[in-house]
Design a protein around this ligand. Structure first.
Ligand SMILES: Nc1ncnc2c1ncn2[C@@H]1O[C@H](COP(=O)(O)OP(=O)(O)OP(=O)(O)O)[C@@H](O)[C@H]1O
Length: 261
């Protein structure tokens, strides 16, 4: 039970962005961190996997089935892409926006939510610890709370694969830990495949089962965090030195530094 991207090619006009990108098999219940420099194509990869952009060639397989064979609607049900921008200006409560996300699964325009829909929304709110915010207007929440509400909108649609674009970028240290731990727990509990694009290598090392390093449209290195981060491909990709150390608590700490020649 896996998500597998193989030999993906994509260009914006004549500019190639993905150049034969392959992820290997990403297992259900596991969290993969996608790291790489600004502009290396992480969001583009996510959009291609979710079917929002059409790759020139290559395949995306979920549990062995090529997602290209599905309609846009069917594909959107299976793969949820949460973009970087979760700003919300609507005057709706957290409960309402999660319920709307749930109702978007149904065909047509149904005003009434079923009992199942409401139960699913309630379950997600509890799973993400959003009970205290459920009736608050989404526009009045802090960045971290809004990030969790957006993840709630993703989970309530019960996708098989979840692609999160920099879900911790606007968060303080406590909320970064909260959000990553919540994402990892939901991934395990639901048996989904989650990919998180993230710039913080220490945070990636701490929470991800695998790290994939993106460089110039390909995955330069992938595998378990301590192996990947010790590989020269990381230094080459970012043009930095990388010092790794275990803290007294056993956490892998990553210190990038600029090399003086
Ligand atoms: N709609 C577009 N049209 C043309 N070029 C684009 C478009 N969107 C992105 N690009 C270019 O594609 C490349 C990859 O962008 P992408 O957003 O996928 O990178 P990223 O790794 O997610 O970057 P970041 O870490 O800064 O978010 C960049 O050079 C970007 O300028």
């Amino acid at each position: 039970m896996t998500l597998t991207v193989q030999d993906l090619h994509f260009s914006y006009g004549s500019a190639p962005i993905l150049r034969g990108l392959g992820t290997g098999e990403l297992a259900r219940g596991s969290l993969a961190a996608l790291v790489g420099p600004n502009g290396s194509g992480k969001s583009t990869l996510f959009r291609c996997v979710a079917g929002l952009l059409r790759a020139k060639s290559g395949s995306v397989r979920l549990d062995g089935h090529d997602l290209a064979a599905l309609s846009t609607r069917e594909r959107a049900r299976k793969v949820f892409y949460l973009s970087q921008d979760t700003e919300a200006r609507v005057a709706l409560s957290v409960f309402d926006v999660i319920l709307l996300a749930r109702k978007s699964l149904h065909r047509g325009f149904a005003l009434a939510a079923s009992v199942d829909d409401v139960r699913a929304v309630e379950a997600v709110i509890v799973e993400l610890g959003l009970e205290a915010f459920a009736s608050r207007d989404i526009g009045t929440l802090s960045g971290g709370q809004r990030q969790l509400a957006a993840i709630g909108q993703a989970l309530v649609r019960e996708p098989d694969a979840l692609l999160l674009d920099e879900p911790t970028s606007a968060l303080d240290v406590r909320r970064q830990l909260d959000v990553m731990a919540t994402i990892r727990a939901a991934t395990r509990r639901r048996g989904i495949v989650t990919m998180v694009a993230i710039h913080d290598l220490s945070l990636a090392a701490r929470f991800a089962d695998h790290i994939l390093v993106m460089n110039q449209g390909r995955i330069a290195q992938s595998g378990e965090p301590h192996e990947v981060l010790a590989h020269p491909a990381v230094s080459e990709t970012y043009a930095v030195g990388v010092h790794l150390e275990r803290s007294a608590r056993g956490t892998l700490l990553v210190e990038p530094y600029i090399q003086v020649h």
